[in-house]
Design a protein around this ligand. Structure first.
Ligand code: FUL
Length: 492
């Protein structure tokens, strides 16, 4: 017995050591490089990929032809007899938009849902005999169209007498927040607007309590405010981020409603310790609310806004206000369709797809999985070109090679694998050896609409001249934008 046990012991030793040998000689699969912190959260990544989202400003201002209500409006004026939230959401869905945000309460304090904490709401209006609920109709329509819903709840409330009494008002505001975030199922973005009139009473908002409560009640929500914590304001309302646009920023340097940080908000900070990407809020018309006298911006202006927001690592939040009937005006629906058609025309064809691609080096060698061909696949986040560790950081490049003179384009798109951290600080682009772009950040998406118009060539080289660690490029596109005629000028 003893002998037998010894020999089986020996056999297992031999087996174990040959297994260990097999493990140690197995070829190592190259791994992704270490992420560079801070990283986006799952919800932030999802938000970023939406690219364009939509705002609906609607309330008593729609009926008084104003932008900031006084708080003394008679609820009886609110009577959108033909209100159809399905028409709003279908206009958004047809434009390819996957998240819509409604002003549940603007600065005038009038609530579009029957809040039990105030009588200044739809319940006191004539609309549907006081039995209506715009927020309910809005979230139901969004759900029916497979679109996500978000809500705006103005902190500044010109109707509520508790405003100016910090504790009482914060309790009231938190009560309304709880109502909205428990009654209307899943809410994907909540908008805390920092705006308030210069003569408004002093108020301390209890942001820490607000934000904690929001996260407690909604698991996949992004909180927007001037300072985040998930999405930050871009610092202006014209839909334009800085040409340098970091998603990273120092959260501790930010405060809500502080005009002196507007530039910092628009550029972000390469040394920022927090990942809080910018959102560009802008209206399709001059005002946020519907006014009979206003009409939608031209298509060329909307395209410019797209390039200056989505093309600069931001999400574009486009406001399209319902009118007094309770519908999105036909002119605006038409403009949205034009915008979608134009974006599809420009970006559905990537001329680089027909080309070969080459790079200065690649992580893990030929079959390492990080080759330059990854920039031409349809995954714009998790497959990417990574240069080798030993590549000279002064000369990291990736090249698209077409037939001689065979490429004609006027837009270059570059995307970074931001899931591993935003890294690129400077880049240059050459066409057949001639520099056509001198750029800074890339981020989730960088679009360069060439100032000189259409270029023809065969080799497009993107050089990464500054990066935090290895640059990781997830996608490159060469596009032809027929709407871009820079020589005609006068675009904005
Ligand atoms: C601003 C507000 O004062 C405007 O009325 C609008 O709601 C815009 C989105 O934010 O700060």
């Amino acid at each position: 017995m003893v002998k037998l046990a010894r020999s089986s012991c020996l056999t297992s030793l031999v087996l174990l050591s040959s297994f260990a040998f097999a493990v140690s000689t197995r070829e190592r699969v190259p791994t992704p490089p270490l992420p560079i912190l801070p990283l986006p959260s799952y919800s932030q990544l999802k938000w970023q990929q939406r690219e364009i989202i939509m705002f609906f400003h609607f309330g008593v201002n729609t009926f008084t032809d104003s932008e900031w209500g006084t708080g003394h409006e008679d609820p009886a004026i609110f009577d959108p007899v033909g209100l159809d939230a399905n028409q709003w959401v279908s206009a958004a869905a047809d434009a390819g938009i996957s998240l819509v945000i409604l002003t549940a309460k603007h600065h005038d304090g009038f609530c579009l849902w029957p809040s039990k904490y105030t009588d200044h709401s739809v319940e006191s209006s004539h609309w549907k005999g006081g039995k209506g609920d715009v927020v309910r109709e809005f979230v139901d329509a969004a759900k029916a169209h497979g679109v996500d819903a978000g809500l705006y709840l103005s902190p500044w409330d010109r109707h509520e007498p508790r405003y100016g009494h910090s504790l009482e008002y914060n309790e009231f505001y938190l009560a309304q927040l709880q109502e909205l975030l428990t009654k209307y199922e899943s809410v994907r973005e909540i908008w805390f607007d920092g705006a308030k009139g210069s003569n408004a009473p002093n108020m301390t908002y209890y942001f820490t309590e607000w934000f904690s409560m929001v996260k407690e009640l909604q698991s996949s929500i992004n909180i927007f405010s001037d300072a985040g914590p998930d999405v930050r304001w871009v610092g202006n309302e014209n839909g334009s981020a800085g040409t340098t646009s970091w998603a990273t920023i120092n959260g501790t340097a930010l405060s809500i409603g502080n005009a002196s940080i507007e530039r910092y908000l628009s550029t972000g900070d390469p040394r920022g310790t927090d990942y809080i990407p910018p959102e560009c809020d802008v209206s399709i018309r001059k005002g946020w609310f519907w006014h009979k006298s206003q009409s939608p911006k031209r298509l060329s202006e909307l395209l410019q806004i797209y390039y200056n927001s989505v093309g600069r690592n931001c999400v574009m939040l486009l406001n399209v206000p319902p009118n007094t009937t309770g519908l999105i005006s036909e002119t605006d629906v038409h403009r949205l369709k034009e915008l979608r058609n134009a974006l599809d025309t420009i970006f559905s064809v990537n001329l680089a797809e027909r080309c070969s691609v080459k790079a200065s080096s690649r992580r893990g060698g030929k079959d390492g999985g990080f080759g330059p061909e990854n920039v031409l696949d349809s995954d714009h986040l998790w497959t990417y070109w990574a240069p080798g560790d030993k590549d000279d950081d002064k000369d990291r490049w990736i090249e698209i090679r077409g037939a001689a003179g065979g490429l004609r384009f006027n837009v270059i798109r570059i995307q970074e694998a931001v899931g591993l951290g935003q890294r690129i600080g400077r880049h240059e682009i050459y066409v057949d050896g001639k520099k056509v772009v001198q750029g800074t950040t890339v981020g989730y998406k960088r679009l360069h609409r060439l100032e000189g118009g259409v270029v023809s060539g065969s080799v497009v080289r993107v050089r990464i001249t500054e990066s935090k660690g290895l640059p990781l490029v997830s996608s490159i596109g060469l596009h032809l934008d027929p709407y871009w005629q820079p020589k005609d000028g006068n675009w904005f």
